[in-house]
Write a protein of this length. Structure first.
Length: 442
């Protein structure tokens, strides 16, 4: 015999009432079915919230022991179930064990029980080779799944139901899919990487490729991808048809009070899964909103950066054009009215053209050839003045005489002097062009 103790303080169904505990004990001990391992006795310690269950000992251990090749079920869990020890079962064994599990699920479904405690470590293999589901007391307490498995399966349900025309299998069918997957691959999968669809690369990596494994792939797709599988549809699948059962199927029989407890337990389990599912939906919705906000922020940042770049380009063009303008008072470009421009034009036309100036010598040639003699001084320029009729401002232009020691003024700056700009304005223009006014004696 095996004695197990479970702390059920946080389980949805309470056994504090002695009448409820008596009905519960009769229920889990009265499941007469060859593919269900019923309990021999059960008791409850109220002050410690401990449920004690006694059941038969199976020498061959669990289905998980068979997958990992362990003959002694007494070996510690961590030592028995190392990942590298798992080996896939032969197809004949997979079909036989799978059919027996489905027969047990079908008998439970007929009484309104959805088995949410199904896993390879809860399927016991007795001395006669029968596969028998155990620990059904956890299902009847309202929560037979560990929280991580429940969250995984509920997230799959949310994902499938959000698809157009999506549907999802019952929990016991999803758990059967995990058991089948572990039998054919030798590994347990508690991740969501394979749940959305059974991909070809996953099948090839897991040893599920080839024509002989096509029935298994179709079953897994119907469970995890399409969400259309039921216990009855799996029983009628060709993969499980033609399997010779060790014992004929047997229906379960319960009293009316036990049926009432089953109904209450299943309603509690459904409510528990609903809360888990709603929590997952909230997390998924928050994650999607955060992702959308991140994309929106990135687009706004990209648009802002593009605007800044355009402004910099535009500012650079404006700066380039302003550097070509003639500086006026205070470094600002000089602006002349139409009358001033016209007056200066007429004065320029009446002023005799200035003698041509000798261009400044090339510094690279001064070291190899003697410097040419300085040009003769130009004649004294005539002082010109223009008076604006709308203002008292008088613009006077006087070309300072060139000394014999100074370099001749380049023609472009001499032309500015000729049109009436002051020497200070021309000096600003020279400085803006990178030309040193000191070279012409200013």
């Amino acid at each position: 015999m095996v004695l197990s103790m479970t702390n059920i303080k946080d389980f949805p169904l309470s056994l504090s009432n002695s009448t409820t505990m008596d009905v519960f004990a009769n229920l889990i001990c009265g499941m007469a079915n060859p593919y269900i391992l019923s309990c021999e006795d059960a008791d409850y310690i109220k002050d410690r919230h401990i449920l004690i269950v006694i059941r038969k000992f199976c020498e061959k251990g669990s289905l998980k022991d068979v997958i990992h090749g362990k003959q002694s079920p007494k070996t510690p869990y961590a030592d028995k179930y190392r990942k590298e020890n798992g080996r896939p079962l032969k197809q004949k064994a997979v079909r036989s064990i799978g059919r027996q599990i489905l027969e047990a699920l079908s008998a439970l479904n007929a009484k309104g029980i959805i088995c949410d405690c199904l896993k390879t470590s809860n399927v016991m293999i007795d001395s006669g080779g029968l596969a028998r589901i155990s620990e059904l007391e956890l299902t009847l307490l309202g929560s037979g799944m560990p929280l991580d498995v429940c969250e995984m399966l509920m997230s799959l349900e949310v994902q499938q139901m959000n698809q157009e025309g999506g549907s999802c299998c019952e929990v016991d069918v999803l758990l059967f899919g995990l058991v089948l997957l572990e039998m054919v691959t030798g590994s347990s999968f508690h991740t969501k990487s394979f749940l959305s669809e059974v991909r070809d690369d996953f099948c090839e990596r897991s040893g599920l490729s080839g024509s002989e494994m096509e029935p298994v792939r179709s079953i897994l797709r119907s469970i995890f991808s399409e969400g259309s599988a039921t216990v009855e549809s799996l029983l009628s699948h060709p993969y499980f048809q033609g399997v010779e059962l060790p014992c004929p199927p047997q229906r379960l029989k319960f009293q009316s009070v036990e049926k009432g407890l089953i109904k209450s337990s299943m309603a509690t389990a459904v409510e528990y899964r609903r809360k888990v599912r709603e929590g997952i939906e909230r997390v998924t919705s928050a994650r999607d909103q955060e992702r959308e906000q991140t994309v929106k922020d990135a687009e706004e940042a990209a648009g802002l950066e593009d605007t800044v770049v355009k402004r910099r380009i535009k500012s650079g063009r404006r700066h380039s054009s302003s550097s070509l303008a003639v500086p006026g008072e205070g470094g600002r470009p000089a602006r002349l009215s139409r009358r001033q421009s016209a007056g200066q034009s007429s004065q320029t036309s009446s002023t005799p053209p200035a003698p041509s100036q000798t261009p400044s010598p090339d510094p690279s040639q001064t070291s190899s050839s003697p410097a040419p003699p300085p040009p003769p001084p130009p004649p004294p320029p005539a002082a010109t003045s223009t008076e604006d009729t709308n203002s008292s401002t008088v613009v006077e232009t006087t070309v300072s005489p060139m000394t014999s020691s100074a370099t001749a003024i380049p023609p472009q700056y001499q032309k500015l002097l000729n049109i009436g700009l002051s020497q200070e304005q021309v000096k600003h223009k020279m400085a803006a062009d990178g030309f040193d006014p000191a070279t012409v004696g200013w």
